[in-house]
Write a protein that binds this ligand. Structure first.
Ligand code: HEM
Length: 390
């Protein structure tokens, strides 16, 4: 009987083909650095699961968001743990995806025929940062509110379409009720669907082209290694378990910050983005007045375009890293610059804010009043306070 059932399923759904595919040997010398992609996939799933539990209690309106987050942290059983996992998980995701990107660069795995895998990866990285940006506003505390005011203003400096982007993000003249709804929707619906499709494509390409292994380009190097299933899968599982233990420890022992309730009238607040945006925040300070757009738009866009086109700019065959001094120098300098800017960004003095906040802000008595009921969402964008980044 069992055999007949097995034969029925095998004839309809030949799973043994999939298992045989996964049992094919990987290149020799694949090491734990090749587990970083699986760790990123695990973190995405963890974010989805913890986010789904947080959404059971979270309320995306300025009147309730802050208190619902407080309620999750103090009243809901295991709420503080789940929130901690989600919070530290997002930082871990950025670090792990960045290390995965570095691994791919250092092994030259972005080169032909893996250009598409790489380009989808770059977009995934941007989407991961998008999760960070939209999630930051949700607790609706001072930190969340003012960092978003600055973040949306930075988006507003994009030439030609900046105003449009800022209006779409804000949904009104100031960061307020509509902004919170939009960020929540982006964070929980739009970006997750995008990630789902992109990760599907990414993993399809990874399996289709096979893992790149060490860049020796010798046929014997590419064969005779251990199979993905069960060997590599076991190593990935161990790496994921260690990562989860570290995250659980962080969630238990390091409290997730929640500042005072957002006060849109308090323009004296010193806004800071999440740590992984600090390098950008610091970069802005080096460009004044009309040059501001270089820090807010030109350099970040050039960096993203260069990253996307990397496989087409560096078309030489894959060779070990020691034979790629330029790649090594550029990568090391870029990492050094990002780390230095991040440290400086954390220590930098407060951004100068206007001495008088806009009339609408100083007059708005409650948290949701700064987007009046009858105002059409996209009007009056010029009333927002202007920050001087220098
Ligand atoms: C959430 C984000 C991501 C997930 C879940 C993910 C997942 C994976 C997995 C599971 C692998 C196979 C194992 C490995 O090589 O580590 C892989 C390979 C790869 N990834 Fe990603 N990745 C992500 C982001 C990125 C980014 C940001 C880039 C680069 C910009 C990238 C480029 C690549 C490339 C080129 C490969 C093929 C490497 C090879 O064949 O050796 N990925 N990815």
């Amino acid at each position: 009987m069992r055999r007949r059932i097995a034969a029925f399923f095998e004839s309809r759904l030949p799973l043994s083909d999939v298992v045989n595919h996964l049992k094919k040997p990987l290149p020799k010398h694949i090491n734990w650095l090749f587990s970083l992609g699986s760790m990123a996939a695990f973190l995405l799933i963890l974010q989805a699961v913890t986010g789904a539990f947080l959404a059971l209690y979270y309320s995306p309106s300025p009147d309730h968001a802050y208190n619902s987050v407080k309620y999750i942290s103090h009243e809901v059983p295991f709420g503080v743990f789940v929130r901690g996992l989600h919070h530290w998980g997002s930082s871990a995701l950025v670090i792990v995806v960045f290390l995965h990107l570095l691994r791919v660069v250092l092994y030259g795995s972005y080169k032909a025929p893996r250009e598409l895998t790489w380009m989808v990866g770059v977009i995934l990285f941007l989407v991961v940062l998008g999760f960070g940006f939209t999630g930051y506003l949700l607790p609706w505390d001072q930190k969340a509110y003012w960092a978003t005011v600055v973040g949306v203003e930075i988006a507003g400096t994009v030439p030609l379409i900046g105003d449009f982007i800022a209006k779409i993000l804000r949904g009104g003249a100031e960061v307020g009720a509509v902004t919170l709804t939009r960020f929540y929707t982006l964070h929980t619906i739009w970006l997750p669907w995008l990630v789902f499709v992109l990760v599907g494509l990414h993993l399809f390409f990874v399996r289709y082209y096979g893992s790149a292994g060490l860049p020796q380009n010798r046929p014997e190097e590419m064969q005779g290694g251990k199979p993905f299933y069960p060997d590599q899968l076991f190593e990935d599982a161990v790496a994921i378990l260690v990562l989860f233990i570290l995250l659980a420890a962080a969630a238990i022992f390091i409290p997730v910050p929640l500042e005072e309730l957002a006060n849109p009238t308090d323009a004296s607040y010193d806004p800071r983005p999440e740590w992984y945006f600090l390098f950008l925040f610091q970069l802005l300070r080096y460009f004044e007045g009309p040059l501001e757009v270089i820090g807010t738009f030109v350099i970040p866009t050039a960096a993203i375009v260069l990253l996307l086109l990397l496989p087409f700019l560096d078309k030489r065959e894959r060779v070990p890293l020691r034979k790629r001094p330029v790649a090594l120098a550029v990568t090391s300098l870029s990492v050094l610059a990002i780390v230095t800017l991040t440290i400086l960004g954390g220590r930098s003095p407060k951004l100068e804010t206007p001495s008088e906040p806009s009339i609408k802000q100083s007059e708005s008595p409650s948290n949701d009043a700064n987007q009046s009921e009858d105002a059409t969402p996209e009007e009056d964008a010029d009333d927002t306070p202007v920050f001087d980044f220098n």
